[in-house]
Write a protein that binds this ligand. Structure first.
Ligand code: GAP
Length: 560
């Protein structure tokens, strides 16, 4: 029997997460439930910060993205239209000896039921032939448990965005190109949840569906479509380039250079899907860098043509170097007009938009040009309809109708989808922040302590506030005043228990970037230091004296 594989770093991280209240096993008192995790006091703050930063970056700080918060259970036809009912499955085998059920591609190792971060060898009994197992959780709506009442817990947040596309368009006064963002729970009955929270059965997604004009429409309006290479001044990283040795098609970030002043990241009207796709890859990497994941911890993986979903034109996975391997953090897919088209066909409701600019431009096109664009649009639509099982004749007729719409300014938008998992990002942030320091005390005893070096923007607690001594009422009073000053603006933690060194160490382990100490100088023992505090930096122990009146303005730009 093969030796159980242990990942020492993961063991330490799982144990720290429990010990410090980041992540607990769900229903632990009943022995836990595989693939479900709860976030404790520090984890809940960390998660909230991550979701808020994503939301602010993707919606509030942009003019071209609106938000949505949809229900988890939706009309079951949504999942018929999206393809999830028919194709969202993993191949599974049953073991005739141990009666276990496993993913067909993972029959050698499974997560240990007692320690999910440890992989153990699985029974070598005879297996059945693989069968498709749908990953959606099923339930019933209403009191009757029959076929007509079946509903699903959403396996992704994206489909609600497509289903509400027209409502958002009409109420937000947006015009294509624009996006709809959503953060929320998703559920997948994963056959083998593994690697702590990495593959869970209940998790959260942060998804943007960014709607763009089809290339034929951009060409009709602008004369021609800028490629990603033109838009960014470099070839799109990955796609047409030869695969590197090792991980095929995978490359460290940074090889696709961005322009120094960032100006090429300003979207232009002549951008087609390629440039928009590249733009979102860059924006998302920038986001990760901005919350403390250095480029060296990330990789871009451009899916090879044979790996792409049939409707996708390109898909880039942003990978993170987890302790158990380099794995997907986020996928950024160019999904063509597949989703809106599917919902149009299944609901019978039009999902297209009207674009006056297109109508005007089309009327002015030379016939040769409009014929060429008509034909290309027609071919794409016909191909899609045919693939979806529409008979050839009907597909040709409907595609011609769609292409005729261009002259009237009508089309179905295409979409670029950056789709990130909250829980995977939390795990990436914790593993990236994890560091150990060995310290020897004055008795010669060496101890290892943990520092979580979170970026201050995501850190669960922004500042620890501490009176030097807890039995000096003047110090305590002043420290509470400082805490109350900061509290409306950020999460602070007041701590007066134990030696100041122990209190610093506790905050280091929680990832608190700054500790604010109120001492006798604060009270005026040295008159020139009256009403100042010591700010101690988590990562290097450096200390700085700051006036209480300036503390908030000093902290705010660092933690937001
Ligand atoms: N709408 C597209 C979509 O859902 P996906 O690649 O299946 O695409 C997107 O999921 C992201 O959601 C992944 O990159 C990952 O971060 C997260 N995710 C997917 N399945 C997950 C699971 N079982 N546990 C935790 N996160 C998951």
């Amino acid at each position: 029997m093969a030796e159980p594989k242990e990942n020492v770093l993961m063991e330490k991280i799982v144990s720290l997460c429990k010990r410090r209240g980041f992540i607990f096993q769900s229903s632990e008192i009943y022995g836990g439930i595989n693939g479900f995790w709860d976030y404790g006091p520090l984890g809940a703050e960390l998660k909230r910060n991550v979701k808020e930063l994503w939301w602010n970056t993707m919606t509030r700080q942009r003019d071209d993205v609106a938000g949505l918060e949809a229900t988890i259970i939706m009309h079951p036809q949504i999942w018929k239209a999206s393809g999830h009912v028919d194709t969202f499955s993993d191949p599974m085998v049953d073991c005739k000896t141990c009666k276990g059920r496993f993913r067909a591609d993972q029959t050698n190792e499974i997560p240990c039921p007692q320690k999910p971060s440890k992989m153990v060898s699985e029974c070598h009994g005879e297996k059945t032939a693989p069968r498709a197992f749908n990953l959606m959780f099923q339930t019933y709506v209403g009191p009757v448990r029959d076929e007509s009442a079946i509903a699903y817990l959403r396996p992704e947040t994206a489909q609600a965005i497509f289903a509400q596309f027209k409502n958002v368009l009409e109420t937000s006064r947006q015009r294509v190109p624009f996006g709809i963002a959503q953060v929320g729970k998703a559920f997948r009955n994963e056959v083998t949840p593994r690697n702590f929270t990495f593959r869970s059965r209940e998790f959260e997604q942060m998804e943007l569906e960014f709607f763009i004009k089809p290339d034929e429409v951009v060409e009709a309006i602008c004369g021609r479509v800028a490629t990603a290479a033109e838009a960014f001044g470099v070839p799109p990283s990955g796609s047409p380039e030869p695969a590197k040795a090792g991980t095929p098609n995978s490359q460290p970030l940074g090889s696709a250079k961005r322009s120094g002043d960032g100006s090429t990241l300003n979207p232009q009207p002549n951008w087609g899907w390629e440039a928009w796709h590249k733009y979102w890859v860059e924006e998302r990497i920038k986001f990760y860098e901005g919350i403390g994941l250095p480029r060296t911890t990330l990789e871009e993986y451009w899916q090879k043509p044979e790996e792409l979903a049939h409707y996708a034109r390109a898909c880039v996975d942003i990978l993170f170097k987890f302790p158990f391997g380099t794995q997907e953090l986020e996928g950024i897919a160019a999904r063509s007009d597949f989703d809106l088209s599917q919902h149009e066909r299944f609901s019978g409701k039009p999902m297209g938009v009207f674009d006056e600019e297109l109508r005007t431009a089309w009327a002015k096109l030379p016939k040769e040009k409009s014929d060429d664009l008509w034909r290309r649009y027609y071919e794409n639509r016909k191909k899609y309809l045919f693939k979806m099982g529409v008979a050839e004749e009907a597909a040709a007729r409907d595609a011609a109708e769609d292409a005729n719409g261009l002259a009237k300014g009508q089309y179905i938008p295409h979409v670029i989808e950056p789709s990130a998992g909250v829980d995977r990002l939390i795990l990436a942030l914790i593993t990236n922040a994890y560091s150990e320091v060995a310290e020897t005390d004055n008795k010669g005893k060496t101890d290892t302590r943990v520092i979580l070096k979170f970026h201050p923007r995501v850190a669960p607690v922004k500042a620890g506030v501490m009176p030097l001594l807890k039995n000096k009422p003047e110090l305590v009073k002043k420290a509470m005043e400082v805490r109350d000053r900061l509290r409306p603006w950020m999460n602070v933690f007041y701590d007066d228990a134990g030696s100041i060194g122990r209190r610093y160490a506790r905050q280091d382990e929680a990832g608190t970037p700054f500790c604010v100490t109120i001492d006798f100088d604060t009270l005026g023992e040295k008159p020139e230091l009256k009403d100042t505090v010591t700010v101690r930096f988590r990562d290097d122990g450096r200390q700085e004296r700051i006036a209480i009146g300036e503390l908030l303005n000093w902290l705010l730009p660092k933690v937001r």
